[in-house]
Design a protein. Sequence first.
Length: 169
Amino acid sequence: MKSNQNNTKKSDFSMTIPSQLLEDAGIAGAKCAELHSLRHCVAVLQGKMTAREMLEAIGSLSKLAEFLTVQLAKACGVCDGCSACGDALESEQEIKVPPELLDEAGISRDARLEAYVDQDNGLILVGSADCDHDLSDVPDDLLQVLVAAGVCVGRLEEHLTEDDIVYGE
């Protein structure tokens, strides 16, 4: 089921799951259900399941994860050996600056940092990054799956830093 609702008040937002969708999922006759609030999605599970039903639910969730991964891969494209992918993976070194220096510079201690090179003076300058997200937000195991699948992680990083919509309307 796809439901697009735009409401200005958070408290006004609600969804109704059509009974046909619950029947198709095999949980319409369940006496109880569990709602699991996840990041950017909600899962509805039958409240009581046999081992076979649980395995089927796991398989269904795995297929959903695979579908979303394919959609992300389509949005990023296949890497054609671009230097951006190599650069993006190499730039994953975390920049560490003593908290006192951050305070002195007026930079929040939990700020995302970015380094710049001043070649004229032989300096590396560190400051607050202009983005809220980058490849460091991608779990290592997922990043390795995407790289192994040939996904352009340079383009993924662009989508992350620009906060692009890559799924849905």
